[in-house]
Ligand binder design. Structure first.
Ligand code: ADP
Length: 535
């Protein structure tokens, strides 16, 4: 499906027998947990898409237990009504709870919000899907156990939803999919499956050993539509002896490549074990400021203007890295010296660090100076939402998130591609580049005013062009809003899309009625695949 809209347009599409499904869900869950009134539904729409785009469900059901989830999927299968799962449903840059098709019913799991276990000795937790990062942080704090929860930039989303979508945070356990250990999943036929060693009744290692006996299947339920996850084990970080909040800045844009090249060895060899963020001056500019206070023209804010302003106001460089060191205090200080020395050859480069007592890693601690100090210490924060003020009170964004090799040349390529193409449309280049151990995710935050529909349409169109242009350079997207899932999936085309063909076989076997999140990640059930694809 390459049209401007990824929704199915085949006659085969059907929303099943919704009236029967509604009656049976009301009976199974209680009528108050089947939401159909506009006011309540608004909380499950994509708030960053204009209403006319249709990214909002007409029905939301909220099961409160595993048995409820089983009942929900069985009723969906039997009545042919497709369902789309969300846990908190707040990953708004990627659509929130909104399904691809408004006739798909949202199954939202906010009611299933118990923290089932917090284990200090072996440093893991077990959560239900509705538990938000903030709630998990609060539960760990209340337990008095010396553990750090890895939180993403915004802590209102769920641990499970973020992990399933390959989200990241900023401590040593930043790669959430990698920190997952042992799930419980309800399949489309209502059966309950435990992954890893959890497949053995009475297993004592379900949340400790990721591998069971045979293939590891956890990834089948990540960025997919193969089941509904109802429990998850997550490894967490023991509170370290020392935490050093560090930054590197270079004054000139032309130093970007040298910055990445000098920093890479410390990621590859594990000296820096967290997920540092690389960002330009322009990214720091919108934080709370309205655009009108900075630039009154339609054209995008010139880089040089942002660089000048941010250097003067906050000593923020043309490019900056925030990273953290954790562990034994002497080792941390020694590593910091080694890292600092590596930047001596870049003129005017500055490396600074602030060693913070980990016991201070708490909400409202004055030791944690800003948003990044907090999230690198696993402390929840919502202040990044201020960036939405950039285009007035009705701000929104989509995230264009490409993966590139951790090399100066490749980082430069994606920076130039996105910033140049955005400038052609008067879109300001705000980006956070997450540095993984061997690759980077360039997350361009495309900001707009949701009330300015032509502007949002232009951003969506640009996004489409960029998906293709980035793929031609060898850079794929790591995550996408439902509006672009088909297009992104199409870029993964090796050997005539043989990977998708394999995934479709699994989908058909696990969900023969095709009721779980049709179209998610470009995976369509057989009944909704185009004739061309089925041939
Ligand atoms: P968050 O909780 O971070 O706001 P969401 O609840 O919006 O994230 O979840 C993001 C996406 O992850 C959803 O659109 C859905 O595709 C998938 N997802 C979330 N929770 C589950 C779950 N429990 N089982 C299966 N898929 C899920």
């Amino acid at each position: 499906m390459t049209s401007t809209d990824d929704r199915p347009d085949t006659a085969a599409h059907t929303s099943g027998d919704l009236e029967t499904a509604l009656a049976r869900w009301r009976e199974a869950l209680g009528p108050e947990h089947v939401i159909t009134d506009d006011e309540s539904l608004a909380d499950f729409a994509d708030p960053y898409a204009p209403a006319s785009f249709g990214y909002r469900a007409k029905v939301v059901v909220q099961p409160g237990s595993v048995e409820d989830v089983q009942a929900v999927v069985r009723i969906a299968s039997e009545t042919g009504v497709p369902i789309w799962t969300s846990s908190q449903g707040r990953n708004y840059g990627y659509g929130g709870s909104a399904p691809l098709d408004p006739d798909t019913v949202v199954v939202n799991l906010r009611r299933m919000n118990r923290v089932l276990e917090i284990n200090e000795e072996l440093a893991y937790v077990v959560v239900e899907p509705g538990v938000s990062f903030r709630e998990l942080y609060d539960a760990v704090q209340a337990s008095g156990k010396k553990l750090w929860v890895d939180v993403p930039d915004l802590s209102w989303g769920s641990v499970v939803g973020n992990t399933l979508e390959h989200g990241n945070g900023f401590t040593l356990y930043y790669d959430h999919a990698a920190a997952e250990c042992g799930m419980e999943v309800v399949l489309a036929d209502g059966s309950v499956v435990r992954t890893g060693t959890g497949a053995m009744s009475g297993s004592k290692t379900w949340h400790l050993s990721k591998r069971g006996f045979g293939p590891r299947t956890d990834s089948l339920f990540m960025q997919s539509n193969m089941g509904i996850v109802t429990k998850m084990g997550v490894w967490v970080m023991p509170q370290p002896d020392a935490y050093k909040d560090c930054q590197i800045k270079v004054r000139r844009d032309s130093d970007l490549e040298a910055l990445v090249e000098a920093f890479r060895p410390f990621l590859v060899d594990g000296t820096v074990g967290n997920c540092p963020i690389l960002f330009p001056a322009l990214t720091a500019l919108p934080n709370g400021l309205p655009r009108s206070a900075v630039w009154d023209k339609k054209s995008s804010v010139p880089r040089e203007l942002a660089e000048g302003m941010m250097w003067e106001a906050a000593r923020i460089g043309a490019w900056n890295i925030r990273f953290a060191l954790y562990g034994d205090r002497q080792t941390v200080e020694r590593d910091f010296e080694r890292i600092s020395a590596a930047f001596a050859s870049i003129p005017d480069a500055e490396v600074t660090g602030n060693t913070i007592d980990p016991a201070e890693a708490k909400l409202d601690s004055p030791a944690l100076a800003d948003q990044k100090s907090r999230v690198m210490a696993g402390v929840p924060d919502l202040s990044m939402l201020q960036v939405l003020n950039w285009h007035g009170t009705n701000g929104g964004h989509i995230s264009f998130a490409s993966t590139v090799p951790l090399k100066g040349e490749d980082v430069r390529n994606i920076v130039e591609l996105v910033s140049t193409r955005e400038a052609e449309h008067g879109i300001d280049y705000t980006v956070g580049i997450m540095l993984y151990q061997r690759f980077a995710i360039h997350v361009a935050l495309m900001l707009y005013n949701v009330g300015n529909e032509p502007q949002v349409k232009e951003v969506y169109e640009l996004y489409r062009d960029l998906v293709v242009e980035a793929a031609e350079m060898g850079y794929g997207e790591y995550r996408a809003h439902p509006a672009f899932m088909d297009l992104v999936a199409e870029q993964f085309d090796h050997n005539d899309h043989s990977h998708m063909a394999m995934v479709e076989k699994i989908k058909d076997a696990l969900d023969p009625a095709g009721i779980l999140a049709p179209g998610k990640q470009g995976i369509w059930p057989a009944r909704l695949r185009t004739a061309e694809k089925q041939a």
